[in-house]
Design a protein around this ligand. Structure first.
Ligand SMILES: NC(=O)c1ccc[n+]([C@@H]2O[C@H](COP(=O)([O-])OP(=O)(O)OC[C@H]3O[C@@H](n4cnc5c(N)ncnc54)[C@H](O)[C@@H]3O)[C@@H](O)[C@H]2O)c1
Length: 340
């Protein structure tokens, strides 16, 4: 039985990770620390809230005192850090909160790990730390040895955190690991991100805004495959190592949007091309051979199946995304916990 702190568990990947771990390791105790920013939605965690082996703490990972208190109470074996400001467009508007949460927050968590002792600190990172690849070189992929070469304030803050994690390993001997994953999709994805945004706009017959010509390529992975990979890394991955995670599933943004239109029987005339994002990365593509070779991980969900499941999930869970679209979800915590 492990005691695992999961930060950012009210967000997209963190919540999927909590649900996955509940199934895969019901004996483990999971403690979720989440600040509940605009991207955190406590109602997502409703299915596990009453579970005796689960605790939710509304906590900012930058709040040293609060973090130390939880470490003292829970004595975790493992920390998995998902908590982050994660939206590139927002980082272009306002970088400072990205530096605060993504860098300072990571250092506070690792200081707590040093102070109280830990089996493993795992940093959930991104392939965006490698920058981008040219569109006309499909033979190139990011390996763990690809130099860090970031484009946005978001990716720069994630890369800074990665460097700090490796420094804590080298300097203090902290048992760390890092995973760098490609773009995820699946249930509970916040509606500002490409796939849920297009599904929800298409359902409302609203314009589908695509940056530039939509030719930018992303390597899409079904979120549950990412969760399985992290579970393998925290248990069997080598300390001090970086593992790339990706599904060899490259698609242009415009292809994804067309596919969503087709599946929802909506006309492609809804697609509108808007001014490109500043510094927009062209292509991401992961070489996942290290995690396959060392830990036997392979993605299990084919894109055709994963996107079908995802679209179905959004069709069936309007009760989840409608309050987000209207902003009402932000009152959920107050309603549930405000007077306690
Ligand atoms: N979404 C992707 O495709 C993708 C791909 C690779 C890596 N990642 C990484 O995975 C992690 C999770 O991404 P996501 O898409 O689930 O993000 P998300 O934005 O959906 O969720 C982030 C969560 O972190 C919480 N949070 C933010 N600041 C916090 C703070 N200071 N203290 C505590 N909690 C805080 C938010 O409330 C939210 O619940 C991030 O670290 C991201 O960089 C994401």
């Amino acid at each position: 039985m492990k005691r695992i702190i999961v930060t950012g568990g009210a967000g997209f990947i963190g919540s999927n990770f909590i649900f996955y771990m509940r199934q895969a390791h019901p004996e483990d105790r999971l403690i979720c620390l989440d600040k509940l920013t605009y991207a955190g939605n406590l109602s997502t965690l409703a299915p596990v809230m009453g579970d005796g082996n689960f605790r939710f703490c509304k906590t900012d990972i930058c709040d040293r005192e609060a973090v130390y208190r939880i470490f003292e109470e829970e004595k975790p074996d493992i920390v998995v850090n998902f908590a982050a400001e994660s939206h590139v467009d927002r980082s272009i508007e306002n970088p400072s909160i990205f530096l605060e949460t993504n860098i300072i927050g990571t250092s506070v968590l690792m200081d707590a790990c040093r102070k109280y002792g830990i089996e493993r600190y795992h940093q959930v990172s991104t392939d965006e730390v490698y920058g981008d690849l040219p569109l006309d070189r499909p033979d190139l992929f990011f390996t763990e040895e690809t130099p860090i070469h970031t484009s946005s304030p978001y990716s720069s803050s994630k890369a800074s955190a990665d460097l700090l994690v490796l420094a804590y390993h080298r300097t203090y001997g902290l048992p760390v690991s890092i995973s760098r994953c490609s773009n995820n999709y699946g249930p509970y994805h916040f509606p500002e991100k490409l796939i849920p945004l297009m599904i929800i706009n298409a359902l409302h017959d609203e314009p589908l805004p695509v940056y530039g010509a939509g030719l930018n390529v992303r390597d899409w992975l079904y979120v549950e495959d990412h969760c399985k990979a992290i579970d393998l890394v925290i248990r069997n991955g080598r300390v001090g190592e970086v593992y790339n995670i990706g599904g060899h599933n490259e698609m242009q943004n415009i292809e994804i949007v067309r596919l969503i239109c087709d599946r929802l029987h909506k006309p492609e005339s809804l697609i509108t091309h808007v001014t490109d994002r500043k510094g927009h990365d062209l292509r991401y593509a992961i070489d996942p051979s290290k995690i396959h070779r060392e830990l036997g991980w392979l993605p299990e969900t084919k894109f055709a199946d994963g996107i079908e499941k995802t679209i179905d999930w959004y069709l069936k869970h309007e009760d989840w995304w409608q309050p987000i679209v209207t902003g009402e979800y932000r009152n959920y915590y107050e309603r549930m916990y405000g007077n306690r």
